[in-house]
Write a protein that binds this ligand. Structure first.
Ligand code: YH5
Length: 275
């Protein structure tokens, strides 16, 4: 069992991705609109997701910035609908303090920030809200992060960043036991960097907090398989299983049903080992 303040998950846990961006790379905007998003969330809950991650800012490489109002308009109706109708916690994928506040007021139970609360006012907002947070590593900014990412030792550099961010959060008053860390697959990383991180995910346990891994449908899997984004399910399942076998407590995925089945097999092996 993973306990993050008021949130409790069986481990491994699946976080289902619910994009509410019209330009979303992998969903192409199919779930824009409150009712369609709600149906998708309900299906993910039925299929065994532990939490639904609602995001209104596209952070794919090269994506344009979204205004605060636009992000609020996208995510709030969906969070309200899911919180009211679906018996599953919601996390808000945002870096904007105003969106964090409004989302938590609307019932979101967790903040997932790809900028690890480094944005202006984000740390203070999260500390005030006192909800669980996921701190993700990213080198650079979404618009330019894939232009020649470079590290000394990618695993050590990411671990050091996460240790520093956990420290900054605790210093700001966030309860350490509510923090999750994430190496940020694909965020300012080459395929080699991503594979290195996946192979050495266990080393990030030295940070001392549960690990979330998001590899679902990402470009590295496209590079490895030669498949377009809509045809990366087998590769995504393999990546989720490897992440869990290497110590991830939560995996963030688009295809909940298939991943939950695969992770039942991984969990049986892990539980037998006593890991
Ligand atoms: C993550 O890893 N990722 S949004 C490009 C794709 C497919 C998917 C090229 N938010 C993460 O999912 N939050 C995103 O095809 C995240 N960890 C956490 N905590 C990017 C994404 C994607 C990008």
């Amino acid at each position: 069992m993973l306990t993050l303040g008021p949130l409790e998950f069986d481990v491994p846990a699946v976080m289902g991705v619910l994009n509410v961006t019209p330009d979303s790379f992998s969903d192409g905007g199919r779930f824009v609109g409150r009712d369609a998003a709600l149906r998708q969330a309900e299906a993910m809950a039925r299929d065994g997701a532990a939490i639904i991650d609602v995001g209104g800012e596209s952070t794919r490489p090269g994506a344009a910035d979204v205004s605060e109002q636009e992000e609020l308009d996208r995510v709030l109706p969906v969070i309200e609908a899911v919180v009211e109708a679906a018996a599953i916690p919601v996390s808000i994928d945002t870096s904007k303090p105003a969106v964090m506040r409004a989302a938590v007021r609307a019932g979101a139970a967790m903040i997932n920030d790809v900028r690890a609360l480094r944005g202006h006012g984000a740390l203070q907002a999260a500390a005030e809200l006192q909800c669980p947070v996921c701190l993700m590593h990213m080198q650079g900014q979404p618009r330019t992060m894939q232009q020649e990412p470079s590290y000394g030792d990618v695993v050590a550099d990411v671990a050091e960043f996460l240790v520093q961010r956990v420290r900054a959060c605790v210093a700001a008053g966030l309860a350490e036991e509510r923090i999750i860390v994430d190496p940020g697959f694909g965020f300012g990383k080459t395929p080699r960097h991503n594979i290195e991180l996946l192979a050495n995910l266990r080393q990030l346990q030295s940070v001392g907090r549960p690990i979330l891994a998001g590899l679902s449908r990402k470009s590295t899997l496209g590079e490895l398989t030669g498949r377009d984004v809509g045809e990366r399910l087998p590769a995504s399942i393999a990546a989720a299983v490897i992440a869990v076998m290497e110590g991830a407590a939560i995996v963030r995925v688009h295809d909940v049903r298939e991943t939950v089945d695969a992770l039942r097999v991984a969990a049986a092996v892990l539980e037998r080992d006593g890991d």
